[in-house]
Design a protein around this ligand. Structure first.
Ligand SMILES: Cc1cc2nc3c(=O)[nH]c(=O)nc-3n(C[C@H](O)[C@H](O)[C@H](O)COP(=O)(O)OP(=O)(O)OC[C@H]3O[C@@H](n4cnc5c(N)ncnc54)[C@H](O)[C@@H]3O)c2cc1C
Length: 379
């Protein structure tokens, strides 16, 4: 059976792409490993969306509850550096929105139930250069032919592995803990503290009054002698003191091992990688899926243009525009996050002085702030 586009992975990005392309008249099928009812999270995890991602989702009619971040305060807890970004700096209502991961996932998934094959995955991929079709063998033994195979199957991408994309991966030797808390601090403020106990972020969650989400990245060495739960409970007071407010845990604590990776080149024959299948970064700036939505936007634009001009949807010049526009930008973001993680991990007093001076300089410069906010907004 021939399908114009096959998408491996029905997560946030795979579902967004399928929905958007359908609106343009381009049909696709999603291959999802999990069952229809599966949700990776029971309502604890949040996702921070930048204005560009919010705009893309609104355009597709995706409406879910969100909370607004109007101010971000970042501190170097061991030094004197601090910086704050405000939506006033850019004359906007907010800097970003926080949504529940499972609500966004369900809202996107609902739009694609009829064109998703659940509980199956790709076992084999072969490309026929004569007819430019890619043949796909699924784990349920069915076979499909497609013009374009799009990988949105996450950071351990099955498609990238099977089709031999070169992957460069790096472990941060850190764990991210995330959970919901009740905190008596302003509902539109987000805080990020860089300290020797880890990088601690507190952001408003769309879960009712005074409910915030914490994303706390800490070195694995702390977990050699105690459990993650014990570490969190015994060190939370440090951040309560720093922020001058009480913080009470309201949910289970979820954990993720932190690593980054990137694929050098996102296209091989008629196989294209997007979002976490192509790159993943440290969650400290909450940019992972925002880079994914930006990839998806550029990719869909190119496919739509080729389609509306009556060209093949796997037209190499159009696909190439996607990779040229996104590969370098994503790599720069990944390297910037790594630099941040290393600068704030380092105990060297000169480096500490430099980072404090740097934070304080940016804090005083409206131009520098507008530049950073612009980069994080996705526009
Ligand atoms: C602690 C933490 C906090 C984060 N916070 C933020 C944030 O605030 N803002 C932000 O922008 N990003 C954040 N991120 C990153 C964000 O979660 C990811 O970038 C995003 O989920 C990637 O979306 P995706 O659709 O590419 O992949 P995924 O969400 O990983 O979805 C992949 C899909 O593919 C399916 N799949 C996997 N393997 C196969 C297979 N073999 N065959 C078929 N299907 C398969 C999976 O079941 C899943 O449905 C955070 C990450 C972490 C770890």
């Amino acid at each position: 059976m021939n399908i114009p586009i096959i998408i491996s992975g029905g997560g946030l990005i795979g579902n967004y792409i399928s929905l958007r392309l359908r609106r343009s008249g381009i049909q696709s099928k999603i291959i999802e490993r999990n069952d229809e009812l599966y949700n990776s999270d029971s309502g604890i995890r949040t996702i921070t969306l930048n204005p560009k991602s919010v705009e893309l989702l609104q355009y597709e009619g995706i409406k879910i509850a969100s909370s607004s971040i109007k101010n971000i305060y970042a501190y170097d807890a061991d030094g004197t550096g601090k910086i704050n970004f405000s939506s006033d700096d850019i004359d906007s209502n907010d800097l970003s929105k926080v949504v529940m991961f499972n609500e966004l996932n369900s809202a996107l998934k609902e739009q694609n139930i009829s064109n998703t094959l659940y509980e199956t995955q790709i076992d084999g991929i072969s490309y026929n250069s004569n007819n430019e079709k890619t043949e796909i063998n699924l784990s349920d033994s069915s076979i499909y032919k497609t013009d374009l195979l799009v990988a949105c199957d996450g950071k351990a991408s099955n498609v990238a592995k099977i089709y031999g994309f070169k992957n460069t991966a790096h472990s941060y030797n850190q764990t991210a803990a995330t959970f919901l808390v009740k905190a008596d601090t302003k509902a539109t403020d987000a805080h990020q503290i860089f300290s020797d106990k880890g990088i601690f972020a507190l952001m408003p969650a769309p879960k009712g009054e005074n409910i915030f989400t914490v994303v706390w990245s800490l070195d694995n060495k702390f977990l050699d002698t105690e459990s993650l739960d014990a570490y969190i409970h015994s060190n939370l007071g440090h951040f309560e003191k720093k922020l001058g407010c009480s913080i009470n845990i309201q949910s289970d604590i979820l954990s993720f091992k932190l690593s980054s990776h990137y694929i050098d080149s996102y296209i091989k024959d008629s196989v294209v990688l997007l979002a976490d299948s192509a790159h993943s970064i440290h969650p400290l700036a909450g940019q992972g899926v925002n880079l994914g939505f930006a990839d998806a936007d550029v990719f869909c634009n190119q496919i739509e243009q080729a389609f509306h001009k009556g060209l093949k949807i796997n037209e190499p010049t159009y696909l190439k525009k996607y990779s040229i526009e996104r590969e370098a930008l994503n790599l720069i973001m990944l390297k910037s996050m790594d630099l941040f993680v290393n600068i704030f991990k380092n105990d060297n007093p000169y480096l500490r002085l430099a980072r404090n001076l740097g934070l304080n300089y940016v804090n005083k410069s409206k131009l520098a702030k507008v530049f950073f906010i612009g980069k994080a907004s996705g526009f």
